[in-house]
Design a protein around this ligand. Sequence first.
Ligand SMILES: Cc1cc2nc3c(=O)[nH]c(=O)nc-3n(C[C@H](O)[C@H](O)[C@H](O)COP(=O)(O)OP(=O)(O)OC[C@H]3O[C@@H](n4cnc5c(N)ncnc54)[C@H](O)[C@@H]3O)c2cc1C
Length: 376
Amino acid sequence: MSHIVIVGGGFAGVWGAVAAARVRGGEDGPRITLVTPDDDLVLRPRLHRLDPDAARVPLKRILAPVGAEHLRAKVTDIDTAGHRITADGREIGYDRLVLAAGSRLVLPDLPGAEHLFDVDTAEGTARLAARLRGLDEFTAVVVGAGFTGLEVATELAARGKVVLVERSDVVGPDLGPGPRPVIEAALAELGVRPLLGTTVAAVDAGGATLADGTRISADVVVWTGGVQASPLTALVPGERDGLGRLAVDRHLRVLGEASGDVFAAGDVAAALAEPGRHVLQCCQHAVPMGKVAGRNAAAGLLGLPPEDFAPDPYATCLDLGAAGAVTTMGWERTVRLTGAAAKERKELVLRMIQPPLDDAAEIFRAASRQGVGIPR
Ligand SMILES: Cc1cc2nc3c(=O)[nH]c(=O)nc-3n(C[C@H](O)[C@H](O)[C@H](O)COP(=O)(O)OP(=O)(O)OC[C@H]3O[C@@H](n4cnc5c(N)ncnc54)[C@H](O)[C@@H]3O)c2cc1C
């Protein structure tokens, strides 16, 4: 029996396993194994709400109904020439590999960096939530006013004082000028103090010191600097971009990998979303990439033609805590919804990113379309 191995149990890996199971044609088709060290799919876009349990979905409630296996292990080696991976010391052969090991926050090399908190993983969020639990009043320094930094800062502002430190001269530098006035108004409404054009030079248990020597006393310093693709990408021959992502073709096969049997999806893959635009490291791209890579991995073994990756038009939905949210459309990020209407959309997004559970027909139905199915 041929074997499809999927590395990673995030959005891309889980949807990859489901999409492969959907086309494999019953139990005589290829065996599908998803390898990841966790028992849960972690819905990272829910982590800024500081309730890590609400971000966890048991993998067995998605994989078991569709007949995919879960191996609870960490992959440490990939041998593409030998068609095998090593996971917790065990060698596992594959006919098709889907690399979907995602991304991780890059922590800075600062004095006192061990005192930093983050919301990158369920464990990081749990540690932050535990630190704040029981504090009537607190001050938080959030470092980075990008997408994640803005969502955490505005969430924390409901419960404490927040200082938002950003190296650039504007908030949301990568979000562009479109949504900026909405974001600035939300920060002002919530009393978040932006400190722009500066950065944190050192951290300790009682706060942070800025590059110009200014000291900010704080109960927590939350780091939200950028993420980098999993180091497993370095074990696959091929070109990698500045984020460590592997170049892939329109079927999500890794370019430059000699066998042609390795696919990459989600935050480890730099696919073209449309001419001239690469995907971003976000779930709205990770979900369809997982579906296409998993499907194509199985299709190749079954003699079916591959499908092109063709995601929905790019859109964003930024949570702004008690000040609502803001949604944008297109790469120029033209504002569509603000305030309560945008907040309603954010709640819908946070619900819909959870795959259906237990019911194979529902799970397969959700895998039959590339997108998440969120109205634009
Ligand atoms: C706080 C926060 C808020 C976000 N908000 C949004 C949002 O609003 N909208 C949006 O579109 N995106 C958002 N994102 C980004 C989005 O969550 C990611 O793009 C998405 O999770 C990527 O999915 P993935 O499956 O590629 O990777 P991941 O979610 O990173 O999953 C990777 C999986 O691989 C596993 N893995 C890693 N290494 C190994 C190994 N060596 N062996 C085996 N398994 C391994 C991990 O355990 C995990 O299961 C947010 C991210 C964060 C952190």
